[in-house]
Design a binder for this molecule. Structure first.
Ligand SMILES: [Zn+2]
Ligand SMILES: [Zn+2]
Length: 166
């Protein structure tokens, strides 16, 4: 009888440990924002539903594409949205730490690497196709997206294209 109780206790203990561990693994991961340097990059899945809906709305209705949500992060300090075309998310997956990563992005039209997309620049042109990209909010919310003109034909990006980002 005591043996049975002991086994039961061990099973209960193990279950508690496992659930604690899995909760730890599911914690949102944070990375320094490459623009404001704050440790405030939040993954799409950790955002409140209204922020998720806003980003999804932008991708679907402005860029006319289906986003790959696990690659999207937002800085809750400077409100920059890092999407699949940005190297900030690549840094997270490479575990390199955002501060040492250059502010690169791929052109959303032709995939050429755009080397300096600093937040205060209003002349971020792709050197290959000349498309202008601008950090702009969308529909009166603070989040800023790297936006090509509305009429630009945006190419959906895949994992292998992302590998070209440095
Ligand atoms: Zn920031
Ligand atoms: Zn281009």
């Amino acid at each position: 009888m005591i043996d049975l109780l002991l086994i039961l206790l061990i099973i209960l203990g193990l279950t508690a440990c496992l659930s604690l561990l899995s909760r730890h693994w599911r914690q949102p991961q944070y990375l320094n924002c490459r623009f404001c340097r704050h440790n405030t990059l939040t993954s799409f899945e950790s955002l409140p539903p209204e922020d998720q809906a806003h980003i999804a709305d932008y991708c679907k209705n402005y860029e006319r594409r289906t986003p790959n949500f696990p690659f999207i992060f937002i800085c809750s300090s400077c409100q920059v949205v890092f999407d699949e075309y940005s190297n900030a998310t690549k840094a997270l997956f490479a575990r390199m730490g955002g501060t040492r990563i250059k502010a690169n992005s791929l052109c959303k039209v032709c995939f050429a690497v755009i080397n300096d997309c600093a937040l205060d620049r209003d002349d971020i042109h792709c050197h290959r196709c000349q498309t202008l990209h601008q950090w702009l909010p969308y529909k009166d919310r603070p989040a800023k997206f790297l936006q090509p003109p509305a009429e630009a034909q945006i190419r959906p990006i895949g994992i292998f294209t992302r590998a070209r980002l440095r």
